[in-house]
Ligand binder design. Structure first.
Ligand SMILES: [Zn+2]
Length: 613
């Protein structure tokens, strides 16, 4: 009786310890960019769990059936990285295996606790929930295999993010434009296998029970083997050499998860903080706005690689209208086009978010507490407009949706046009019919540009480069159409409004030869970040803002990344008195500090100077 009481108390103590350890280890695991120390911490915790399992449960057949396959799946994830040509250190296998073990034991323990102490229906429901979580961990590991077989690449955090930010229609277009029929069949078979295997393993996992019966000989042998195994790893782990000298003791499976969780949380906070942040916008005392009210237009392109614009020297005449406007020195307007513009990332959400907020690759500003150019324009009394040909719905709320919603007027062309194909020129019908002349207007236009499938982006009459059916021709046609669209927008605004500024910059570039992966970081080439950047000022504006226009005209060969559009626009729109303006990021300022050496892309991970072209 006494002994029984002690064992119950011991069990409770163990479970409390476990709960605390679980809490802290999950917090650590989901923090992006963990140091070596925290990784070591996770590994040791995993072993801690393993030992506890060893002590308190009998490693039954179900335990082995549900444990070994899932950890094997995790263990082998680095193999795919190796297949992609990455250098893999032995510790990555270890870290990956331990991550799998960590997931397994933590969810197993949770289940045992719930099953043992909550004997109600609710308790039962939670144990089923644990089975489901186990299944999720299994599918997570499996997705690395699926991704490699589908894409010849290793799954990365921004891919998960891109998937979460898409919708069903876009996902279908992506699958359709990326995979051949054979591959779709192969992937479907793999998914069926995954579900079957996952189901079998989850059933085994469901039947794992804690067991206090006396052990049979057979069981004690397995327990001893497990024990030796755990002690063996414990020794390796606590050996400082392996842990502390291994640079970035980490594995891809953890990095992807940590990144996705971190970004989703940051985006959530960004949306949540909008009202608060808007209140923090202030203007210094010398702030005054131009008497002459007019219109500022920013057109954000999609997947346009500047090397495919004839303006930038491409062999085919893809931008005849832009060329004419620029080279023939359009009356009344001054055009400036920048030769060395890059995007800050290869995906839309990150690039556009960086472009429109004070958060950039260089200033370390916390994105979740960032302010957008639309917030500031609103505060300064501009009428703000957002007109987009991209979709408004996605699985998670993105900062772009949140930024667009803060505009005074928001229009998504896909929602207003019912039936028929939608092209970028349909934006024209959605432009504001009348703009107030006693207020400034700031209009952001978001194009579909050269998004895959390219041939869906232009009407058939724009198939100019089609002597042979190939993907590059289709891409060039989409650029050719964008040229036409931009020309129409420019004409509309310059004829109908007091247009002061018109800018076009792409969200990122593309490598059309990599069908379906044309702007995927997994297959990074500089084509994915080389973008066109063209601006134009009215003669009247240029006369009254000589400093800005002349400084920009001198900088056509300067290095620029599109996350710095924010500061440039503040200056151009007369809002540099804002507390969020930083002249060192403003291309039109004498203090502008970016050059070939310090310019970066891939969210600060890659130097522009590595682009040897
Ligand atoms: Zn994009």
């Amino acid at each position: 009786m006494q002994a029984n009481k002690i064992s119950i108390t011991r069990n409770y103590l163990l479970y409390v310890l476990l709960a605390v350890a679980l809490f802290f280890s999950y917090r650590t695991i989901f923090r992006y960019g963990c140091s070596n120390l925290s990784n070591t911490f996770i590994c040791q915790l995993t072993l801690f769990f393993s030992i506890l399992v060893y002590i308190t449960i009998r490693p039954s057949k179900q335990f082995l059936v549900s444990y070994i396959p899932i950890t094997l799946l995790y263990l082998l994830i680095p193999v795919w990285e190796f297949m992609c040509g990455h250098k893999i250190a032995a510790h990555e296998f270890l870290a990956s295996f331990l991550l799998g073990s960590f997931f397994y034991f933590s969810v197993l323990y949770l289940k045992l606790i719930l099953g043992k102490y909550i004997k109600t229906k609710v308790g039962k429901f939670f144990t089923y929930l644990c089975d489901f979580v186990y299944l999720c961990f299994f599918f997570y590991a499996f997705s690395f295999y699926l991704y490699y077989l589908a894409n010849d690449g290793i799954l990365q955090g921004d891919v998960i993010l891109a998937i979460a930010q898409t919708n069903l229609a876009e996902a279908i277009t992506y699958i359709d434009s990326t995979f051949s029929e054979g591959k779709i069949i192969l992937l479907s078979i793999l998914i069926i296998i995954a579900f079957t295997l996952g189901g079998v393993l989850a059933c085994a996992f469901h039947r794992v029970h804690s067991c206090n019966n006396e052990l049979s000989r057979h069981d004690s042998i397995i327990r001893t083997i497990l024990g030796i195994f755990i002690v063996f790893f414990m020794i390796i782990m606590t050996q400082g050499t392996l842990v502390h000298t291994a640079k970035g003791y980490d594995c891809q499976a953890k990095k992807v998860l940590a990144f996705s969780v971190y970004m989703t949380k940051t985006y959530g906070d960004f949306v949540k903080n909008r009202t608060d942040i808007t209140k923090s916008i202030k203007f210094s005392d010398n702030f005054f706005m131009d008497e002459d009210k007019g219109v500022y237009v920013l057109v954000i392109g999609e997947s346009a690689n500047r090397d495919h614009l004839s303006l930038y020297g491409y062999k085919y005449d893809t931008t005849p209208l832009l060329n004419r406007r620029i080279k023939e020195k359009e009356q009344g307007y001054r055009f400036i086009w920048f030769r060395n513009a890059y995007s800050s990332f290869t995906h839309t959400i990150q690039s556009v978010t960086n472009a429109l907020t004070d958060h950039n690759q260089y200033n370390g500003q916390d994105l979740s507490r960032s302010v957008s150019i639309i917030d500031i324009a609103n505060k300064a009394g501009f009428d703000t407009y957002w007109i987009s040909n991209q979709s408004s719905d996605s699985m998670i709320v993105t900062p772009i949706t949140s930024i667009s919603m803060s505009a005074g007027s928001v229009k998504f062309v896909s929602e207003s046009k019912k039936g028929g194909k939608i092209y970028d020129l349909d934006i024209l019908d959605n432009l504001p019919a009348e703009l107030r002349t006693d207020r400034d207007s700031f209009i952001v236009i978001h194009l579909m540009g050269s998004h895959t499938k390219y041939r869906d982006r232009y009407p058939p009459e724009f198939s100019r480069f089609s002597n042979e059916q190939n993907i590059i021709n289709e891409y060039d046609n989409s650029i050719y159409y964008t040229d036409y669209v931009l020309d129409n927008f420019f004409r509309y605004f310059s004829q109908k409004t007091n247009l002061k500024f018109f800018g076009y910059i792409s969200d990122h570039g593309a490598d059309p030869t990599q069908m379906g992966n044309d702007h995927n970081t997994t297959h990074f080439v500089f084509d994915m970040v080389r973008i066109p950047f063209i601006i134009s000022f009215s003669e009247k504006y240029a006369q009254s803002h000589q400093n800005i226009v002349e400084t920009l005209a001198k900088r056509v060969n300067g290095y620029f990344t599109n996350d710095l559009i924010f500061d440039l626009l503040l200056s151009v729109m007369g809002l540099s008195a804002s507390n969020y303006y930083d002249s060192s990021f403003d291309l039109s300022s004498e203090n502008y500090s970016l050059n070939q050496e310090n310019a970066k892309t891939l969210l600060g991970e890659k130097k522009i100077s590595e682009d040897h072209r």
